[in-house]
Write a protein that binds this ligand. Sequence first.
Ligand SMILES: Cc1ncc(COP(=O)(O)O)c(C=O)c1O
Length: 376
Amino acid sequence: MELFDVYPLYSVTPVKAEGAYVWDENNTKYLDLYGGHGVISIGHTHPKYVKALSDQLSKIGFYSNSIQNPLQVELAQKLGKLSGCEDYQLFLCNSGAEANENALKLASFITGKSRIISFTNSFHGRTSAAVAVTDNMKINAPINLQQEVTFLPLNNIELLIQELMKGDVAAVIIEGIQGVGGLDEGTTEFFQQLQEICQEKEALLILDEIQSGYGRSGQFFAFQHHHIQPDIITTAKGMANGFPIGAVLISNKYKAKHGMLGTTFGGNHLACAAAISVLNSIEEENLIANVNEVYKYFLEEIKLVSKVKKVKGKGLMLGIEFDFEVGDLRKKLIFDKHIFTGGSNNKNLLRILPPLNIKKEQIASFINALKELIAS
Ligand SMILES: Cc1ncc(COP(=O)(O)O)c(C=O)c1O
C-alpha cells in the first residue's frame, strides 16, 4: 500500500533525537527549532518523560473512560494549579481539532445557538466543525450541528459588535496568537472588549491555545497576557511532548451531563502519564522563566540580522518577517546549516517554535546561521 500523499516532504529522515537535536540516518545532527509545529515542549526524549511513559506502559497503557482513571484527576489538578485555571473542568481528547470540535459543540449545547465567529487567517484544525472555522485552508466539509461560521478581521471591534448584536452567535473562537496564519494576534484592548461583548450577548468565548498554550508565549496561556477569562480553552500540541492528546478546559459555570461529550482514546493512561510528566518538567525546571529569558535574548540578537522587517509573536512562538519569501532560506537552513524552522501562510515569515528549555547558545547558532545565509 502507498501513503496517501498529502504532505510536501523535506528529504530528511530523523531517526533519533535528544533535547533540541535530531539526527538523521547518516548521523547528521540538526538543531530542531520547530518541534513538529510546537509539539516538543520539554525537549526530545527527555529522560524523566521517557521513564514516566515506559513505567506507565509496563503497568497499564489503556482502559476505557467508563472505568476510573486516577491519572486524569492528577493531570486535571496539576494543570489547574500550574496554569492558574483551577476554576475550570477538564475534558481530555486526542488532538487539537478534536478539542475545538468539542468546544464548538459545547457552545451550541450551552447556548442553543449555532453561529460561530472566527477570524481571518485563523487555523483551528481539520475535523468537520474545526475545518469550518479554518479560513486559510478553504476546505469545504460538512459542519457539525449546522454551525455556520462568519470570519471577521482581527482587532476590528465595530464589526464584532455588529455581528454579535444579531444575537444568534454561540461562540467566538480565537487563537491566543495565530500560528499557521502567521502570528498575528489580538490587542489587549480587543481581547478585553471581545470578552465583554461575548458576556453581554451570551456567546461563549473560546480561546484556542492549541499552539500558543503550555508556556510557549511566556505565560502558561497566551490569553493571560491580556487578563481575560475565557469560557472555554482548548489546548493540545505541547501538552504531552509528542504523545497525542488534546484538552478542553471548561469554566465551572457550565455543568456537565453524562453523555454530553465522549471519546474512546482520550485521557488514556499513557497520554496522561506523558502530560503529567510535561507539567512536572515545566514546574521543576522553571521552563516559563526560561522562555522569557531566551525571548529577551532573541529580541536583542535578531536586531543584528539584516533584512528583518519585523519580529512577530511572543516568548518562543516567534516569526521573523523578511522583505523576501523565505522558502529558499528555510531550505538552506536545513541542508546547509542543519537547522529546522517553520513556515506559515505568510510567505515572508520564518517561524520558530523551539523546546521551552532551549539555551541561549542554541539561539545564537541560529542567529549566526541566519547572518551567514543572508550575507551570502
Ligand atoms: C491553533 C491551532 N488550532 C488547532 C490545530 C489543530 O490541531 P491538530 O492538528 O492536533 O488537530 C492547530 C494545528 O496546527 C493549531 O495550530
